[in-house]
Design a protein around this ligand. Sequence first.
Ligand code: C2E
Ligand code: MG
Ligand code: MG
Length: 740
Amino acid sequence: MHGSGNSDLNKGLLKGLRNKGSAVEAEPASGAPLSGDRLTAIAAEFERSGSGWFWETDGRGNIVYLTAEIAELFGKSPEMLPHTLFSSLFLTDLGGDGSAPRNLSLLFGGRKTFAGLTVRAALEGSEVYWVLSGRPQFDAAGEFIGYRGSASDVSEVRKAENETSRLAEFDSLTGLSNRHRMQRKIDAMLTAFRAAKRVCAVMMIDLDRFKAVNDTFGHKAGDELLRQVSARIKRVFDTTAEIGRLGGDEFQVLLPDYDDRGRLGEIAKKVIAMVTQPYQLEEGRCMIGASVGIAIAPYDGVTSEEIVHSADIALYAAKNGGRGQFRFYSSELQSESHLRKVLESDLREALEAGQLAIEYQPIVSASTDKVIAMEALLRWYHPERGKIPPDVFIPIAEESNLILRIGEWVIRKACADAAGWPEEVRVCINLSEQQLIAEGLAHLVSNAITQAGIHPDRVEMELRESVHFSEGDATERELNAMRRLGVRLSLDDFGTGASSLGYLRRAPFETIKIDPSFLRGALREDSRNADLIGALVALAKALGMQTVAEGIEAMDELALVREKGVDLVQGFAYSPPIAADEVDEFLSGQGWEIKPSGPEKQRSERRKLYQKIHVIHEDHLYDVILRDLSRTGAMIQGLLDVPVGTQFVVDFGEGQLAIARVLRSHQDQQGVEFETELVEDGAGGLVTRNRVSPYALAAAGMPLAQLPPGQYPLAEQAGDQKMLTMPRFGVRNLKAKLEY
Ligand code: C2E
Ligand code: MG
Ligand code: MG
């Protein structure tokens, strides 16, 4: 035996062990007590067997004796041992999910006998666990002189235990938390955070097209793909996030202290971008996508069921929205389908009730400013909801096939109106795909033209880029029949869809209308769209087509499209759409020539809207209509003559409040600028970064609950309990609340 072993010590140790019963119990031979030599031999044998070892310290905790194999394991020579604290051989943290280890030095300080203490060796790269027992030693005078004890190896048992608890908590494929653990974490966090008035976000991530890869390449490849996906997802989040795989291709992330929707949207975009990169698998390369739904507690739910349900609804909406997208939960996601149903039934009556009308927007020659054509744009004046934009009701009309009746009315009315304009001015009419698929469109157009008594050449049919047709199908037959009539065809919204230049060659278009979104991109510095516009114009010319730039508002845009050689221009820079009965009055006075005017530069892009919202000014809550919205500001309608500079709060509903200042004011319309920019909602819309916290509302007497839908919070009185009413927040108060 080497190390610092000496037989006296072994004897002493064994005696202690035998008497006090520890983890290592030396069985005395039956009958005669063990003699000193035999004891030493047995102890040595025991040490050699590797099943256990002995230790002894002095009063300060330094090692006096250590079984040689163990000293070697730690690379300690016999000379080093007296200068080594026994406790330094062990990690203070057991690792895994074990209970917090009791501190050895603390135990020693208490001078108590102990047994069954699990410790982990402070050895890098190996996982060795022992169970220690020890007993304080005192000299004849009763002075404490150190500890003696023994230890045995429990590494295997311990590792097995760790593995079992890991399996119960973690997903064996990816190592991420499993559903059970996520559920527990969310529960725990919501409970703790409610007391601390803290927020947290739950993100649901679902892979798109994962099933296809699994089916094509097999399950082994599918598993490998999931491992790679989880590695990528992990890289997006910081260490505070708890990431789990709930099963299949569904992931969940819990983000403590996140409620900034700007930041969350950025993170979601990053997740989608990372997951969408190609994967290299043994079986081949593949690509998948991801959809993300986000809900934030306490705004979208205060219990774990509520918040997970909300995140699920948001995920579902993201998937329905065309995949590869993210969505924040909002109660509107639930009621959108309801609103569509209501509008659809109202729309059935609209035509007979005389609620539909057409406005005309001039299309002007870029070189002469002469009006070349007028585009018919359908309007719906709803008796209760006011003017509803076509972007909202045309899709509803298309889905319910109402578009056939409405479309026929538009064609007849537009042709009749055009009869009253100068001969050289054309009329442009928008078509839906349904009208082309249904039989008899060319016949109808021919009939309308004859009745109006105009030349077919003056009629131009606009088809959206998304219209699909293939050789010999009904759509193509109708298009050709219209061409034979002498009617012109135009491709609308070019640059928004995926139409190829091949499409241009196949379809018999006279005109291509370049979508504003394409153009807006062109004015950004890094954009190649300006070159593309040039190329498109050149190609159109080669194919004998005219080009129209749509949605031209600012003078820099007009200059760009003129420079690129675009033939015709349509947009607010020349004229907004005007009511049918005002066309003559408006244009004949100017000789059907319009001088362009507008801002020098394009403002940040505005999104067309129709939505009832509220404005809070001092003690009052006003109903207004949101006409127009961008990140930086909005156009609202419904307040009369508000002075420029007035500050108020715009309430978008669901606790979304934005402080705004009036920049422009004209009769009942105000252009306002937000103090804090809005952020994208993932659905092409905008939302406020933060919302009024339900905690703040709870403090003001409202029960703690997720934010109620619709206008918010409702000015209500329940019994004698006065509920929080919006007007009670002054602008200043709100400001304080918004700045958390
Ligand atoms: P579109 O055919 O691309 O019509 C151009 C849209 O851009 C119109 O929106 C017009 O008001 C708007 N616009 C024109 N100049 C500017 C500008 O300078 N700036 C901005 N921001 N917008 C400008 P509107 O009237 O809301 O119509 C939207 C869409 O609804 C139309 O897009 C068209 O696709 C569809 N639509 C309108 N009328 C009909 C119709 O009778 N039948 C069918 N099937 N669709 C229609
Ligand atoms: Mg159009
Ligand atoms: Mg268009």
